[in-house]
Design a protein around this ligand. Structure first.
Ligand code: FEO
Ligand code: CA
Ligand code: CA
Length: 637
């Protein structure tokens, strides 16, 4: 479970009387589920064209792309892969990656300096950068940390100054070299000069339209150009010019105050900032995290950060032109026109889906010339419309540029920097569609279709979040995957067509929309799709961050998992299952596609009984798994 939901009792339906009956649409066939769903939602839709339209989009057929035998749902404390595959841990939270760093010690008493030389916690998005046939760098996000395991006192005490520093060092990004030995096994090279830790206190440069603006100036940085650190790095992106993109998500959780109340403008409150967010306790010993003292500091977070993994001395660059929100990943593609296009989700209930188009064009012959392409460009936000009676339709990208579409001084936007810093407010101003928590975006290798996980949204149907379009279910606890096709294959175009590739659900318990689309079966069901990525052959890989109670409306789904889909036929097959109370997030393929690296994040969160990966009585640890085939074949084929 991602941390943004950890303390919300409403997110633990197994603890409550289930209201599942109210949500299901009894008495309709699955193939006609949209008719039932529409009736349940109080919509007036023609039944047959609607059912046909979605059935056509999602009807599964035998896949020639996918060759492995599905694994069953699991509640075991292990990482399970298909027959003929092997999975081994590569690295776990606390393993040393810098020279001189100590080995992991599970007592929880290691200090900040130790953590700063070790792999960070909560492995998330990652990218593979080849250095040669059998050598590569992995750049990996360390999204957050679990105090119940980080400290011997489990976070139940006020943190000391060193403990705040240790927490900050458990966050950020880890970059390390890996090599493949004669047996074909990948291992970490702990002595490599490339190895680097980037933490919540690593100096970074603010670039683009926001750099130097009054709203990012602070006492420590009166020029507003040099921020310290990155944290809550969720998912990632990779550029063809060899850099890594790390995306700052729930930055609001780290800002608090010793004061009971701090008055903040509503545009700041919209990001969840408030004095009472004290779980991380950083404000106790690092004054910049006290909102009462430094109200501009949070404006320096919530960005996409570009890192050159090949130069361990390089300064990471915050790319403000891509907007400030709770970034999930950064799905980058080169449009046929040569512009760099980056698709971006803002993971919060009822927030939005964005697209960045670079001002300048990509130059395949001169990678050095591409290095600042993400500094300047145009940001857009999506507005979806549905065909009459269908869960598919058209959409448009609305430009978020100062002076256009009502983004004017009269409406509260003094300049482009304000549009970008308060991108959420700008999106509302232009009438963007509220989404069911946009998570990862992935561009199909044919560069024509784009997919995005909408993980879930218990608030759909209330709070100004209407049911309809790509968000077709009230109290959406299962999630769906939307896909769109830019018109004429042009990612810079302002219009697109869309449908839903999959609607997750539970066909063993429900009918209608809550049973899911026709490609969801008793054998592959899951909830809360989150991580998403294509391999070169066009297989779509789906990772989940959902409810693992295996009870009530989630019965039969088991632990979080990874699935593989064929976008042509719609078939979805379960590939792997994770240990107890983990999330599966982060994936990277070796260029030959004979190895896939998969992230197992926070096994045993909230003291659930996991001992993954070491077993016995050991402390559970976030771990990257290396998965290969026994016959050395291509993953998934
Ligand atoms: Fe970090 Fe939206 O998951
Ligand atoms: Ca998530
Ligand atoms: Ca995620």
């Amino acid at each position: 479970m991602s941390q943004h939901e950890r303390f919300d009792p409403e997110d633990h339906p197994e603890l409550e009387q289930t209201d599942f009956d109210r949500l299901t649409t009894k008495g309709v066939s699955r193939r006609n589920f949209l008719r039932g769903g529409a009736a349940a939602m109080g919509l007036f839709l023609a039944a047959s064209p609607l059912a046909q339209a979605v059935a056509a989009a999602t009807r599964p057929a035998p896949s020639t792309l996918i060759g492995f035998k599905a694994v069953p749902a699991s509640t075991a404390d292990s990482f399970v892969v298909p027959e003929g595959y092997v999975a081994k841990p590569l690295i776990s939270w606390g393993d040393p990656i810098l020279k001189g760093a100590p080995a992991f010690d599970e007592s929880g008493t290691q200090n900040a300096a130790a953590q700063a030389g070790q792999f960070g916690d909560n492995t998330d998005g990652m990218s593979f950068f080849p250095l040669g046939e059998d050598r590569a760098l992995l750049a990996v996000n360390n999204e957050y940390t679990n105090y119940e395991y980080l400290f011997a006192h489990q976070g139940k005490q006020d943190l000391t100054a060193d403990e705040v520093k240790k927490s900050q060092a458990a966050h950020g990004v880890s970059i390390f070299e890996i090599h493949r030995n004669a047996k074909g096994e990948w291992q970490v090279n702990r002595d490599s000069d490339y190895n680097r830790r980037i933490t919540a206190y690593t100096p970074m440069e603010l670039t683009g339209p926001v750099a130097g603006h009054a709203l990012v100036q602070t006492a420590a940085d009166p020029k507003g150009t040099r921020a310290l650190g990155t944290f809550n790095n969720c998912a990632n992106g990779q550029t063809p010019w060899g850099t890594y993109l790390t995306c700052e998500e729930n930055f609001h959780k780290y800002f608090a105050s010793a004061q009971d109340e701090v008055e903040l403008p509503s545009r700041d409150q919209r990001y969840g900032l408030k004095a009472g967010n004290r779980d991380y306790q950083w404000y106790r010993h690092d004054e910049r995290f006290d909102l009462a003292k430094h109200p501009n500091e949070p404006h320096r977070f919530g960005w996409v950060v570009e890192i050159d993994p090949m130069d361990p001395t390089s300064t990471p660059k915050k790319r403000t032109a891509l907007g400030r929100f709770k970034h999930e990943n950064a799905a980058l593609t080169i449009d046929p026109s040569g512009h760099v296009v980056v698709y971006l989700g803002d993971d919060e209930r009822g927030e939005h889906l964005y697209k960045f188009v670079s001002r300048d064009k990509y130059n395949a012959d001169n990678q050095q010339a591409n290095r600042d392409l993400l500094a300047e460009g145009t940001l857009y936000v999506a507005r979806f419309s549905a065909n009459d009676g269908e869960i598919k339709g058209q959409g448009e990208w609305i430009e978020l540029s100062h002076g256009k579409n009502g983004l004017t001084a009269e409406n509260g936007f003094a300049d482009q920097a304000e549009v970008l810093i308060f991108a959420r407010e700008a999106a509302t101003q232009v009438g963007a569609t509220t989404m069911d928590r946009p998570e990862w975006v992935a561009v199909h290798p044919d560069n024509k279709a784009v997919f995005c996980t909408l993980t879930n949204n218990k608030n759909r149907g209330k709070d100004g979040q209407p049911v309809g379009g790509p968000n077709p279910r009230a109290k959406n606890n299962y999630g769906q995957i939307v896909r769109w096709w830019p018109h004429n294959g042009d990612h810079t175009a302002s219009t697109f067509d869309w449908d839903l590739f999959a609607i997750a659900g539970n066909p063993t318990l429900a009918e209608g929309l809550y049973a899911g689309s026709d490609n969801i079966t008793a054998d592959n069901m899951f909830n809360s799709p989150d991580g998403l990525g294509f391999d070169d052959a066009g297989r779509l890989w789906i990772q989940t961050d959902g409810k693992y109670s295996n009870k009530g409306e989630f019965a039969g789904m088991g632990n979080n998992q990874m699935l593989c889909a064929d976008p042509q036929t719609g078939e979805i097959r379960r590939f792997a299952t994770g240990p107890i109370a983990c999330e599966i997030t982060g994936l990277a393929f070796s260029p030959d596609h004979r190895t896939v690296f998969i992230g197992v994040q926070h096994p045993g969160e909230d003291l659930e009984p996991s001992h993954f990966p070491a077993g016995g009585n050991s402390k559970p640890r976030s771990t990257i798994m290396v998965v290969q085939r026994e016959d050395g074949g291509v993953i998934g084929a």
